[in-house]
Design a protein around this ligand. Structure first.
Ligand code: UD1
Length: 340
């Protein structure tokens, strides 16, 4: 069995990807510093797959630790790199922390990988690199806009670092996946999103409001130039997103990639407004949601949804779940962790 390193493998997207990798027959080793995830996530993974992945608790800023890890794991078939900080607001307050957590660690990993005879690398990027794109749906050829936050900048810089490294290291084979808005949870409700403190993202705020943890959801603005006035996003089920990582890795392992660096959008191709997301939640949960319209949130773009043609045709991957499916699983997960 080929061994795959998943950094940040206890996190939201990471844990779902570990499950999909194991179910596709890969042997997984996780590195996570548990700064925003709990070791108990391992039990959820075992409950789904019956397999406990090897787990190394380590901070990737520990350069010597990273080097040790690679010397002890000479048999890695690939690396999927999720470990990063992701709170937009916090990144504005603590830019240097974000550059250290997201950029320094990437450089340390790539330094190890470029010393190997062959390396396969999948990077966790974001549609945030497009900013407010001029045309919808957004193709991978849309220009990268100046970043709105240090967090967004770390994704842009991260992609550039990988591109530059691939340029001079032909044995490094890499793919960046630009995620749209990942939501939902595993259908087993054994793993899901576990935001620390007050959720910043829409769907965990919705489910926590319905669970009675938050009083009401604020809808950030209904005066946008969209049909119902609220912002439009491309919400993708986290299991579909996890599957995209397995497919991208397999592409590299099978040598199907014509160049050694590629970029793919990972979304559903469908835009949904905030009010449509709320209606979807109410429909699948049978629970009316307490919400009010408030002012716009600084930095929000109006509309973003993916053109997924490249992922569909080149990777042979397509999102299978609907917004309702994703909401149903997000709600089942929230109910499970709250004992509802
Ligand atoms: C946000 C980040 C993005 C990051 C992504 C990671 C910002 C500006 N962008 O994307 O860089 O890659 O998370 O998941 O923070 N909304 C409400 N009420 C809420 C929360 C959200 O109305 O309490 C609305 C927002 O205005 C937005 C939509 O819901 O229109 C989705 O918001 P969110 O889940 O935070 O994702 P993004 O802002 O798209």
């Amino acid at each position: 069995m080929l061994k795959i390193l998943v950094t940040g493998g206890l996190g939201f997207i990471g844990s779902h990807t570990v499950v999909e990798l194991q179910q596709a027959g890969f042997d997984v080793v996780i590195i996570d510093n548990c700064s925003n995830a709990s070791e108990a996530v391992l039990d959820g993974i075992v409950a789904i797959t019956g397999i406990r992945p090897e787990f190394v608790r380590m901070d990737l800023r520990d350069k010597a630790g990273v080097a040790d890890f690679f010397s002890q794991h000479p048999d890695l078939g690939g690396v999927i790199h999720f470990a990063a900080s992701k709170a937009v607001g916090e990144s504005v307050e603590k830019p240097l922390l974000y550059y250290e957590n997201n950029i320094t660690t990437l450089v340390y990993l790539l330094a190890q990988l470029t010393a190997l005879p062959k390396a396969h690398f999948i990077f966790s990027s974001s549609c945030t690199v497009y900013g407010q794109a001029d045309e919808m749906p957004i193709t991978e050829d849309a220009p990268v806009k100046p970043a709105e936050s240090p967090y967004g900048n770390t994704k842009q810089i991260g992609e550039e670092i990988i591109r530059d490294a691939c340029h001079v290291h032909p044995a490094l084979q890499a793919i960046s996946l630009r995620y749209f808005n990942p939501i939902g949870a595993h259908p087993s409700a054994k793993i899901g999103e576990l935001p620390l403190g007050v959720p910043q993202n829409l769907v965990p705020f919705i489910t926590q409001t319905a669970a009675g943890i938050r009083k009401e959801l604020s809808v950030f603005g209904d005066d946008y130039p969209t049909p119902d006035g609220t912002c439009i996003r491309d919400y993708i089920h986290v299991v579909d997103l996890a599957r995209a990582h397995v497919v991208a890795l397999q592409r590299l392992l099978e040598g199907k990639n014509p160049g050694n660096y590629e970029v793919f959008n990972v979304g559903t191709g469908t835009g949904s407004s905030v009010l449509e997301a709320i209606q979807s939640f109410e429909r699948v949960s049978g629970t009316p949601l307490n919400y009010k319209i408030t002012g716009r949130r600084a930095g929000d773009i109006t509309t973003a949804y993916a053109d997924t043609t490249r992922a569909n045709t080149v990777l042979g991957w397509k999102a299978q779940s609907s917004l309702d499916d994703a909401m149903r699983t997000a709600w089942a997960w929230e109910q499970q962790i709250r004992g509802l």
